[in-house]
Design a protein. Structure first.
Length: 739
């Protein structure tokens, strides 16, 4: 049995200990070679697809291509149909064809195309799937702003700022020729077809997101001819101007309310203000790691699963099994959305849909000992998104077993039969962190020995801010000199495709109500007692549970099969969320984020309903390529069907002074816990080899208490000897006895 310790003691330097990279023999699950059906495209496969697409005349792979070019933007795995995968995994059927999704921006004809390319490794076909997936053609204005467009915008901004060099220097201490940082707003405009962006000028400092200066500029970059791009509006210290020329003239004439530069210390720096004095507690494995990694498959004790990291959607796991039984077909990140309020236009219009930028593409290298425990296992990933060639993201995923610091279960008994039994809560954590602009999201999938899985997210990074004006404070708090931290919501969506003992499942809810019952032994007396209220929901619309309505506390995906006690075997969805209000549905932009209406929505599984959003929703937010509410409009039956739960969690963020310099993860997050409910006949963790049990006289026996001998293990750190005196107290008589 392996033991996981988090210690601050010096480790013994003895020979004969297992390396932390070695795996001990505690695993009961086994690796499955067929899991590679879910594997991300390898470096070789990305290059093979690129080479195949290079045969198409006129296609560019250069990220610096002009908007008029036909530019290959994305290559990513195209997931095979679920039915084909299950036939392969469970019935020894043929392996589904391995295919890639390719996205091309056709500047020459003002449209976007999606292709499926396959079969890999030797592609022979590419199939246009745009209308199949989106029921229409996609306009070019729905494309994300790509690298080449950013370069051209930066050049335009520099040209615009040069005539304002005196104003910028006197007002903000900014050198107009030095490419000062801007951050941009999204969506880009106010109606479908627009491509107009407000850019907010910031001081050229670390953490520039919280150094706004009060200068914003609106650029129209709609045309594929970048020479026609132009300025529409300029904002300076709360005053609007039709052009930089008008601002310059009025500034020089003295008819403008001016800002005067005042040097400030960089309050945004993350450089520690104290020198290191030592190393905090570190976690390590006494007898080697209890999980193993083989290609894209992980085995940990009773758990096994395949994994991937989509450049668009982020972290995901497939074919999640506990004790050999599939619990989850897919658990994946889908979208991260924020809606801001502000008195200034850049932040006033901001409604971020991070999936339209690519969540997984921002999974940069994790820092050992900070982002993940020092002894974690790290995995590299590759992506091809606005890069021209495949890009390697080193150490972008980490895996580690973690002692949660509290028991998974325990009981001390001093009544009648004196004993102690418990189990340390050691769980496997599968993690990535995505740094998307100013915000960093830490995504965890956690696998517990009780058969539960948790999907969790925490937020950190820099808040988005605006220059403080006289009317700023209804929209946030002042957090620095002339800086307002703007109110915003965080909504985050997970796709949970539970397969509870197969794909014929139902959706049930359970809650409580008080009932007035007559006491059987005193019929004339009544008492109010709680009772269970159960319901099985029949249709997708009935099972779309909105944030603004009371939701039953117990939500279950259940199998027709029953456990030993006659109850339907199920998994419960327990959502942890502190979201703000959702954007009103009468707003044109709302359809692009309609998934956020619901805490949980249950739909019938369909291969074409792969995500709650799309790459294109951000930039054509008024006419979205994917409107999640349409998944529910057809109101199909969800009785004895293959069901998918779309779970939305998040939190409301009203920034405060403690968000400077960085937002902390504590209290800023949410998630969903998938936990067995009558799925087993008993708690499966009772079979864990980590269990501890003793009664008077056996406290120091190693037979059922490995902790008793841990201090003597040659691979342990220097530990205090194990002692326990709880029975000494109980032998003096119970302080409280319940019979």
């Amino acid at each position: 049995m392996g033991t996981l310790l988090s210690v601050s003691y010096q480790r013994k330097h003895l020979t004969g200990c297992k390396s932390t990279q070695q795996v001990n023999s505690s695993q009961t699950a086994v690796h499955n070679e067929r899991s590679n059906v879910f594997a991300d495209l390898s470096l070789e496969e990305l290059l093979q697809v690129r080479d195949y697409m290079s045969k198409i005349q006129g296609l560019s792979f250069d990220p610096a291509s002009p908007p008029s070019a036909d530019y290959l933007y994305l290559i990513d795995l195209s997931l095979p149909k679920k039915q084909d995968v299950l036939h392969h995994l469970d019935a020894n059927g043929p392996k589904p064809a391995r295919e890639a999704t390719v996205v091309v921006f056709y500047g020459s004809r003002n449209q976007i195309k999606e292709y499926v390319v396959g079969p890999l490794p030797n592609a022979t076909y590419h199939r246009d799937v745009t209308t199949e997936r989106y029921k229409r053609e996609l306009p070019l204005t729905a494309r994300p702003v790509y690298f080449g467009e950013h370069i051209l915008i930066a050049k335009l901004l520099q040209d615009v700022l040069k005539p304002l060099s005196t104003l910028l220097n006197d007002s903000f201490g900014i050198d107009a020729s030095g490419y000062p940082p801007f951050y941009d707003s999204m969506p880009r405009g106010v109606k479908s077809g627009d491509r107009q962006t407000w850019f907010s000028l910031c001081r050229n400092e670390e953490g520039f997101y919280i150094h706004p200066v009060g200068f914003e500029i609106l650029i129209d970059h709609h045309s594929t001819n970048f020479l026609s791009w132009h300025v529409i509006k300029v904002l300076y210290n709360g005053q609007y101007f039709e052009s930089p020329t008008e601002l310059k003239q009025q500034y020089e004439a003295g008819t403008v309310s001016k800002v005067f530069y005042k040097p400030v210390q960089n309050y945004a720096s993350l450089k520690p203000k104290q020198k290191p004095t030592g190393v905090g507690p570190q976690q390590f494995y006494v007898q080697g790691k209890r999980f193993s990694l083989k290609k894209n498959h992980i085995v940990y004790l009773d758990w096994s699963f395949a994994f991937g990291l989509s450049a668009l959607r982020g972290m995901r796991v497939f074919d999640v099994r506990f004790r050999g039984e599939r619990i989850i077909y897919e658990l994946s990140i889908q979208e991260a959305m924020s809606v801001y309020g502000s008195a200034t236009p850049n932040t006033m219009l901001t409604k971020f849909l991070d999936g339209s930028l690519g969540i997984g593409r921002f999974a940069y290298e994790l820092v050992r000992g900070v982002d993940c425990p020092y002894s974690a296992t790290f995995i590299d990933t590759f992506h091809f998104l606005d890069t021209g060639i495949p890009r390697q993201l080193r150490n972008s995923i980490c895996i580690f077993e973690h002692d949660m610091g509290h028991p998974l279960r325990r009981h001390f008994s001093e009544d009648f039969y004196r004993s102690y039994g418990g189990l340390a809560n050691s769980a496997l954590v599968f993690r990535t962190i995505t740094a998307i602009g100013n915000y960093d999201y830490m995504w965890d999938f956690i696998f517990y020995q009780s058969g539960s899985v948790e999907a969790k997210v925490h937020a950190s990074g820099y808040i988005a801010s605006s220059f403080t004006l006289s009317n700023s404070f209804p929209y946030g708090h002042q957090v620095a000199e002339k800086v307002t931290g703007n109110i915003h919501t965080h909504f985050l969506n997970f796709k949970v495709d539970l397969d509870v003992l197969g794909v014929r499942n139902v959706f049930q809810t359970k809650d409580m109500e008080f009932v007035n019952v007559s006491l059987p032994w005193m019929p004339e007396r009544y008492a109010m007692i709680p009772k269970v209220v159960e319901k099985q929901l029949q249709t997708e619309q009935e099972a779309a549970l909105r944030h603004d309505t009371k939701t039953p506390r117990y939500l279950h995906i259940a199998s027709p099969q029953k456990n030993r006690w006659g109850h339907q075997r199920s998994y419960r969805l327990q959502v942890f969320s502190f979201t703000g209000d959702h954007l009103p549905e009468n707003q044109a932009e709302e359809r692009a984020m309609s998934w956020a209406r619901y805490k949980v929505a249950i739909t019938k599984q369909k291969d074409l309903e792969q995500s709650c959003g799309s790459l294109y929703n951000q930039h054509d937010i008024w006419n979205p390529a994917v409107d999640f509410s349409k998944y529910i409009e057809d109101n199909e039956s969800i009785v004895n069907e293959d069901l998918v739960a779309w779970v939305t969690t998040g939190f409301l963020h009203i920034p405060h002074s403690e968000d400077i310099p960085n937002t902390v993860t504590v209290g800023n997050g949410g998630g969903v816990l998938l936990r067995p409910h009558n799925y087993f006949d008993e708690d499966p963790s009772i079979h864990s080899a980590d269990g501890v049990y003793f009664d008077p006289g056996t406290e120091n026996s190693c037979d059922n208490n490995r902790m008793a001998c841990l201090a003597q293990d040659p691979c342990s750190p220097v530990l205090e000897p194990f002692t326990y005196h709880g029975f000494d107290v109980s032998s003096q008589g119970s302080r409280r006895r319940r019979t």
